[in-house]
Design a protein around this ligand. Structure first.
Ligand code: SF4
Length: 400
């Protein structure tokens, strides 16, 4: 239950580009071999800002999943699913809303920030205010321990941790908790029980975080403990009641530095993107027509790579020898800009080639994608239902 589990989602609001590949998908591909990973299409999240253009969401869902698969996300290693196909997310969101102070949501930094940025949309909606809580439900329902986020999303994870703590504080108390926890310690057996007690004391008396982590690891290894006893022992470690919802950690990921065709960050809103599976001729055309150092008007003018957006793409796609060739050739007018752009074109096309090949398999047989998602939704739903059973029980909703 508490082994490392990573959860990450993406909103289906248009086709993915190389910025998504370098910023998110490469990371997913790596993580799927290191952790248990759950990757989901955040279609309800897309509706919080795109509620008036549902057709974009509908079109983007399957394309986005194909993009993931094309990038190397492997359903044999990660669970891929669609948020709205696991309705338990909505149930947990609703139940958590009962205990969420309004001020906590209003204080989330992205709330005001996004409202100010996206002025063309009316975001004074209940759904938009509540979207960090929906995110919390997404994370908590899978008892995810790690959530990859950029710096700007860290407050959302902190918010989720606060919600989990508040929930456990309100609903984790049970009559005779201390006695039940001690009985559970005995079930660990003499040697492990003593080790657990010693680690708990070290953490509680000396604030020794390593002892806390070792005790958690010890509990993770105990397959024979019942679900209730495990929750009690996790809660008992930190001095609280039962730990029904576990607090996730933010896994800080570096912001994508992928430059767009104009030198700004690659982003749909700047209209400077290359799609993940864009047609080869179109890729070549886009790069050939990219702006260069504005001082280099004629072929005979010397240029300065630091003032040229193409140079930034060389950083991503070229080896040291090519970069050296660009620096010298540009500054001495020894090479022309079209010549200089060719290695970038080759680099992008080489990166996209395996993606196009993988995608073709799914484009030829869309049933494969539907099956991958159906399997993923089933797996995700089982995990979500496990959590919801506990949540409903402690909230007094399991009527007999
Ligand atoms: S030679 Fe290359 S780096 Fe120099 S201005 Fe032209 S495209 Fe840019």
């Amino acid at each position: 239950m508490f082994a490392d589990r990573v959860l990450s989602g993406m909103r289906p609001t248009g086709s993915l580009h190389l910025g998504h590949y370098h910023g998110v998908l490469k990371n997913w591909v790596r993580m799927q071999h290191e952790y248990e990973c759950l990757f989901f299409v955040a279609d309800w999240h897309a509706l919080t800002t795109h509620y008036d253009t549902p057709q974009i969401i509908e079109q983007s869902v399957w394309d986005m999943v194909i993009d993931w698969l094309a990038a190397g996300v492997d359903p044999a290693h990660a669970t891929l699913f669609i948020q709205s196909r696991v309705p338990e997310h909505a149930e947990l969101h609703l139940l958590l809303s009962m205990i969420t102070p309004l001020g906590w949501l209003e204080r989330v930094p992205t709330y005001k920030d996004q409202q100010e940025k996206l002025t063309e949309k009316d975001l004074a909606t209940y759904g938009f205010l509540g979207y960090p809580l929906l995110q919390s439900a997404d994370i908590l329902i899978y008892r995810a321990t790690q959530v990859p986020v950029g710096e700007d999303q860290v407050p959302h994870i902190e918010f989720t941790r606060e919600i989990a703590r508040r929930f456990n504080h309100i609903y984790g108390r049970e009559p005779g908790f201390e006695e039940k926890a001690q009985a559970a310690v005995k079930k660990l057996g003499g040697k492990k029980g003593r080790l657990y007690a010693e680690l708990r004391t070290r953490f509680q008396e000396q604030g020794d975080d390593e002892a806390l982590e070792s005790a958690k690891a010890l509990l993770d290894e105990q397959q024979s403990l019942s679900h209730g006893d495990r929750e009690r022992l996790f809660g008992y470690l930190e001095g609280g009641g039962k730990m029904i919802l576990s607090e996730p950690q933010a896994m800080l990921t570096a912001a994508s530095k992928m430059p767009g065709l104009d030198g700004q960050k690659m982003s749909k809103s700047y209209n400077n993107t290359i799609s993940l599976r864009e047609d080869e001729a179109e890729v070549a055309k886009k790069i050939r027509t990219m702006p260069t150092d504005p001082a280099r008007i004629r072929r005979t003018d010397a240029g300065e790579p630091d003032k040229c957006p193409v140079w930034q793409l060389h950083h991503v796609y070229s080896n040291d020898a090519t970069k050296q060739w660009v620096q010298q050739g540009c500054r001495s007018a020894g090479i022309g800009c079209i010549e200089c752009k060719q290695p970038v074109i080759d680099g992008v096309l080489a990166e996209q080639r395996p993606m196009r090949e993988r995608a073709q398999l799914y484009l030829d047989d869309p049933g494969l994608v539907r099956n991958i998602i159906a399997d993923g939704c089933e797996k995700a739903r089982k995990l979500a239902q496990d959590t919801m059973r506990d949540v409903r029980e402690v909230m007094g909703l399991e009527y007999k």
